[in-house]
Unconditional design. Structure first.
Length: 679
């Protein structure tokens, strides 16, 4: 694989399943000109053998079609559309016939800035969220370039990565489907509405929102319900609240209970995994946990950029039958659909949850149906080294099967490139074994190769069995890539995360060295030709490792962290993230010292490793103002350093950025390692 192959990469991103499980509608994304387009495709699933079938294209054109939702009668699909040739235009809500006989039509009454949508149980209405017109901070008229006179800011949630200025919130609307109707706005206020779910009788809609007065300082979403037949915004009712937070509501089939994902610890730290909870829909009793001892997060918490990262994961919960809730659970770098048995009468757990599929897979987009008494889970995910495909599994009440691939179009591009051979090893560490993936050139055997250790982001990420694009590229150049799930990685339980809290650069750095030592001891890595690579928290680890050791001949960081003291206020989410990760804060001398102790900039004078730094200029998560401090210091010290600044790009531009910039980034990375390691 070479960087230009990015232009040929296709990603299956999202999907929805017909109520009778006879077909699914998938989103197929591809590079279009110097951006991205995506279309909807229909995949037939009524073949009992469950093998791949040729999909049928449903939409076309220079458009970015996303978030399909099949109507209750299976005849229509609602989705979001953006015109890729007019990048500044917000998305619209559209409806198309699954048959393809009619052109898609606007379904949101001309409303733009739509974020999510769901069909009513009878299919006669659509609920959706969209940006409201009332600005939060803007004063004065906008100029021709779109910028206002000023923003008067009184809260710290005015910015967000991939969004920029959060000038408007999304609120809830309902519109009649199939007619040119005017949407009715049901909610308003200084908060966002998300995770909408219709009550089975169609008379109410649940959603998650943080309506607290200090939501920017102490974020805590809870579940609310509002009548679906209103004619103007009204006051919703809180129906499910946890000590921590709750989101992603799902009603029971009889409407008596609500399930949600959340944490029932006040002001939780990063070592607490989100679980599944059920409470009465009227909020009359506290919710109960369906699997309180599971110690694994509900959701897709694994890292592989083969998942695309341009659309939100859909992980449930789906309350499919009165006795069955299905949601994605992440465990040891994999994510699978799980079934949670529930007592229909009380809403309490009826049995221990169990996985509905097994294997080295990830589950990014989950949709479930129960036709003829069969519980069918479909999901878009990776399987082994294979890129995203539509997979399915049927629950038999016993052992979890290997999922069946129902498409081949998502990974067809891999046939033209060298796909890394992936091997999992257990590296001995100071507090237990470190599951470590090794990506190698096919046929390399046990030869000691130049090796790059790649540290995932988060730190609550976890490498998956599916190799990232940069692993494809490095392996094709003859490198091995070591991918350790060090302490702090999610999906390994609370005890694996807790030691890393407040100790960035401590136990986690020790685990990186231990994993690398183990690969060297296996004879697979040349100890004299080592490099290190990482994005976000991984970029922090790159800066830290080269400031506290001299074993690497070259390093590449991307949107990392240099100075925790200044990042506390410069990053869009750092105030809360620093609290939950026990990093510290600059509000006291002790907190300031803790931040500086965990800052790579404190070790800049010891950095001798040639460093290539990538930075998205529009990144709000790990902003340029932080990483430039390290670059300037290294330049003053006359060390070998390059700083590559990409205009308009956000935090994960290596995966989601403009194709030519992604290609430039990948080319520079390969050339940097070749210059310093391969020779």
């Amino acid at each position: 694989m070479v960087p230009d192959d990015i232009r040929r990469q296709v990603v299956l991103e999202e999907h929805d399943l017909a109520p009778d499980a006879s077909f699914a509608v998938v989103v197929r994304r591809f590079v279009y000109r110097n951006g991205y387009a995506s279309h909807l495709w229909v995949v037939a699933l009524d073949d009992e053998r469950g093998g791949p079938t040729a999909p049928r294209q449903l939409t076309s054109g220079a458009v970015r079609d996303t978030r399909p939702r099949v109507s209750p009668d299976g005849r229509r699909v609602a989705f979001l559309r953006r015109d890729v040739l007019r990048l500044g235009r917000p998305g619209r809500l559209m409806v198309a016939d699954v048959s393809g006989r009619r052109r898609p039509a606007d379904a949101g009454g001309g409303r733009t800035g739509v974020a999510e949508h769901e069909w009513s149980p009878t299919g006669d209405r659509l609920a959706f969220t969209a940006e409201v017109d009332a600005p939060r901070f803007i004063v004065g008229r906008r100029a021709k370039n779109g910028e206002p006179l000023a923003r008067v800011i009184r809260r710290i949630d005015w910015r967000y990565d991939d969004t920029g200025h959060v000038d408007r919130w999304e609120h809830l609307f309902v519109v009649a489907a199939g007619r040119r109707a005017r949407p009715v706005q049901l909610t308003d206020g200084d908060h966002r509405v998300e995770g909408i779910a219709w009550r089975p009788d169609g008379q109410a809609i649940a959603f998650s929102a943080d309506r607290g007065a200090d939501a920017d300082l102490t974020p805590r979403t809870t579940i609310w319900s509002i009548g679906a037949n209103g004619t103007a915004p009204s006051e919703p009712t809180e129906v499910l609240a946890l000590a921590g937070w709750a989101n992603a509501p799902a009603w029971s089939p009889d409407g008596r209970h609500i399930a949600a994902v959340g944490i029932d610890e006040a002001r939780p730290l990063d070592d607490v995994s989100p679980g599944l909870f059920v409470g009465p829909a009227d909020g009359s009793r506290p919710p109960v946990a369906l699997a309180p001892q599971m110690d694994r997060p509900v959701g897709d918490w694994v890292d592989t950029d083969l998942e695309g990262w341009m659309t939100a994961a859909r992980f449930g919960p789906h309350w499919v039958t009165p006795e069955a809730i299905v949601a994605t659970v992440s465990d040891r770098g994999r994510s699978h659909p799980w079934l949670f048995p529930v007592d229909a009468e009380s809403g309490r757990p009826a049995a221990a949850p169990r996985a509905m599929a097994r294997g080295d897979i990830t589950c990014r987009s989950l949709a479930v149906a129960a036709p003829d008494g069969r519980l069918v889970a479909t999901f878009i995910g990776t399987q082994g080294s294979r890129a995203m495909e539509l997979l399915s599994a049927v629950d038999d009440g016993a052992t979890a099967p290997e999922p069946r691939a129902r498409t081949t179009v998502g990974s067809a591009w891999q046939r033209r490139v060298i796909v890394p051979e992936m091997r999992a090893v257990e590296a001995p560490g100071r507090q237990g074994t470190i599951e470590t993936w090794i990506a190698s050139p096919p046929g390399a055997g046990d030869a000691a190769l130049p090796t790059i250790v790649d540290v995932h982001g988060g730190p609550l990420g976890a490498w998956a069995p599916a190799p990232a694009i940069e692993a494809h590229l490095l392996v094709a150049r003859g490198y091995r890539v070591v991918l350790p799930n060090i302490r702090g990685s999610a999906t390994y339980g609370r005890d694996w995360i807790r030691p890393q809290l407040g100790d960035w650069g401590g136990v986690d750095a020790a685990d990186v060295h231990s994993a690398l030592d183990h690969v060297i001891a296996l004879g697979l890595a040349d100890p004299h030709r080592l490099g290190v690579l990482g994005l976000s928290y991984g970029g922090f680890m790159v800066h830290w490792l080269i400031g506290t050791s001299h074993r690497f001949r070259a390093a590449v960081s991307e949107n990392g962290v240099a100075n925790q003291v200044s990042a506390w206020a410069n990053s869009d989410t750092a105030v809360e993230n620093n609290r939950s990760s026990l990093l510290g804060d600059p509000l006291s001398e002790e907190g300031m010292r803790r931040l500086w102790r965990q800052s790579p900039l404190a070790h800049v004078a010891d950095i001798r490793t040639p460093l290539l730094m990538f930075q998205g200029e529009a990144d709000r998560r790990c902003p340029a103002t932080d990483n430039e401090q390290l670059f300037v210091a290294l330049r003053v010290l006359r060390r070998e350093v390059e700083y590559v600044l990409y205009p308009e790009e956000f935090h994960t531009f290596a995966v989601t950025g403009r194709p030519d910039r992604r290609i430039d980034r990948m080319t520079r990375m390969l050339d940097w390692f070749d210059r310093h390691i391969a020779r």
